[in-house]
Design a protein around this ligand. Structure first.
Ligand code: OFO
Length: 170
């Protein structure tokens, strides 16, 4: 496997695990602050990030590369509000989209068309994840900062989490 592509994929393996831990941390914050539905939604999202990581691990192995796990940054675990939590979800997903685009560029430079084809799944996934994060933020804005509005917002996220089976990445 091309060494630049392999290094980029290994970097992304660690980034996906970091995303998972960040969302677990957000879910725990929501749970602690009485947002049960938001917690469930973020726990589900954290599991999806693990699936993204595992899919990359299998791909690197299948192509004869070496998976190198690395140390991870400590995820944030305090937020000022539920709005701050979900604002960060969207910002984080945009950052991840940039990372996937960068790997795609490396694949183009190295003429690794098989990996660029494999990455299409992640590119499409980022479209969905950014759109979902925007949708949640819109709901939160509509709910306003009132107890009643936030109660209904959280109930809606509980329903969204129940409806979304974790998408198998393999
Ligand atoms: Fe792995 O897609 Fe979100 O971060």
């Amino acid at each position: 496997m091309n060494t630049n592509v392999e290094a980029s994929l290994n970097h992304q393996i660690n980034a996906e695990e970091h995303s998972s831990r960040l969302y677990f941390s957000m879910a725990a914050w929501c749970d602690k602050h009485g947002f049960e539905g938001s917690a469930k939604y973020l726990f589900t999202h954290a599991e999806e990030e693990r699936m993204h990581m595992i899919k990359l691990v299998h791909y690197v192995s299948e192509r004869g590369g070496t998976v190198l796990t690395d140390s991870l940054p400590k995820p944030q675990n305090e937020w000022d509000s539920i709005l701050a939590v979900f604002t960060e979800v969207l910002a984080h997903e945009k950052k991840v989209t940039g990372m996937i685009n960068s790997i795609f560029e490396v694949c183009m430079q190295e003429k690794d068309y098989l990996t660029s084809n494999f990455l299409q799944w992640y590119i499409q996934e980022q479209v969905e994840e950014e759109s979902s994060a925007r949708g949640v933020l819109d709901k939160l804005t509509l709910a306003g900062n009132t107890q009643g509005g936030l109660f209904h917002f959280d109930k809606e996220l509980m329903a969204m989490a129940a409806a979304s089976a974790i998408k198998p990445a393999l």
